[in-house]
Design a protein around this ligand. Sequence first.
Ligand code: OGA
Ligand code: MN
Length: 210
Amino acid sequence: MSSSELFDRIAHEIYQQGYCVIRQALPEKLGMALAREVRTLPDDRFSRAGIGRQADYQNVEAIRRDEICWIDNSTPAGQEWLLWTDGLKQALNRRLFLGLFSFESHYAHYREGDFYKVHLDAFRGQQNRVLTVVTYLNPDWTDNDGGELLIYPEKSGVPLLTVQPEFGTLVVFLSEEFPHEVLPARADRYSIAGWYRINTSDRNRVDPEL
Ligand code: OGA
Ligand code: MN
């Protein structure tokens, strides 16, 4: 699938249903570079993830257990990823007039037993995170390794989708609309989660490009 075919498909499915899951979507070379990089970054680049609202440490631990490392242009794979996600941003803006403005993303490492309980990535009306992108960097993932991403309909209930965190799978969804969770992993699970934001600058506040 060429990148323009891929971006067309993502735009179409976001327009139709607000989410899409595409296997083997991430360009192979980029995926390999990211998969290698996330495993070679020193441990001290990762920190325990937080959650949106200020909550105490025990509270956070009950909700999510992954460790994250924000991605920037300082590493070769990070640079290539940011170029690719910028291409996706431009394609979606051209096709859907979403007005996506900035992008932030992090590597996430879930160790055995780590999970992320049901949550939304953005709260309606706050106009911060508009579109979530997740991709997986696990070449040898098996059904026994757990760590599935479950995506729920807006009002929760029965999952719409169960996604295995397999290498190259790409998940995109509207951040305000779909509650989701990560089931406990039974092996080291590597992913990238990223968010496009719209420009929320107004007369009193300038929204910095991240
Ligand atoms: C997140 C998230 C999903 C995943 O980091 O907000 O929902 O499958 N990640 O890693
Ligand atoms: Mn999330």
